[in-house]
Design a protein around this ligand. Sequence first.
Ligand SMILES: Cc1ncc(COP(=O)(O)O)c(C=O)c1O
Length: 352
Amino acid sequence: MTRYGRAILRDVEAYLPGEQPQDPHVIKLNTNENPYPPAPEVLAALHNLDAQSLRKYPDPLSESLRTACAERYGVPGADWVVAGNGMDELLALALRAFVDPGDTVLTLYPTYTLYETLCAIHGCQLRYVPLDDALLPPESFFAEKARLCFLTRPNAPTGVAMARAEVERFCNSFDGVVVIDEAYVDFADDHCMDFPARFENAIVMRSFSKSFSMAGVRIGTAVARPALITEFLKIKDSYNMNAFSQAAGCAAMKAYDYMRERALKVCATRERLRETLLQLGFDVPPSQANFLLARCADAPTATRLFGALRERNILVRYFDKPRLDDALRISIGDDAETDALIAALREILAKD
Ligand SMILES: Cc1ncc(COP(=O)(O)O)c(C=O)c1O
């Protein structure tokens, strides 16, 4: 950094999780986007925004969206929900609301890489507890102490979901705030949305980027007891949700069945791809998300496959990090994209 920087800024790589090409010939399976379009109601809501709603500032409290989410999530009211400019904004706000610089924040390893960046920016310590060989939290995790814990369920980039009963046990024993990151939960067997009502320290966060196919719109929600939600409202930017995202978010909540149907399709493709990858010799943990972690024999094999797929215009994600450098994280595409990926992998492996 320059002498004016704080030397903690993420490197440019972090803004580009894999490449972001607009080329329609590229099969983009590197950022866990949804291959299907958002509900027609979402597109209609965007088209129908009139001059008035653009001329005026948006509702600073996103009341309609928060009410629609509260109804859908089955929590008492809008005061149990806060909306953010993507879940990423809410993750940063959680640190600012509940953690002092210098404090310790807990998470598991490997997990979502942004937590580390956010902690570095905030000036707090991130303590990683390594997952066990089954990619689940070890017993020692339940005795940890910290101001806040990021618990990703299903986890990324593994796709593995720890048991709900274990999250419950953790919320009971942990004396800080537990942020349950449910970015991928619509592809999972169950969820923890009932936890805020049962645990005063639980915050459940959701993203519209994956299951709702709305990564470009930027909407995330956090659900917790009103006492915690108030802390977010105190520190968020006044107009953190623009008119487009509020309108699109309300429409998405109404078109919930459309999302569920597409999510089930993604899950079916995920299982088909997993079977094939296992047959091809990869080790693939069971995933409850919209991606698979395909482990190869070793790190050189993984980098070689990553490069060979890229030469064929297929982008997947490679993490040059401990316990991940022998694997490829592959987002679930539509059937044609999945067939193309499988054909490319067969071709590359046949040359070995
Ligand atoms: C585990 C996890 N949490 C949160 C997010 C951020 O979601 P959003 O697009 O809503 O900011 C992601 C995005 O990839 C993620 O993988």
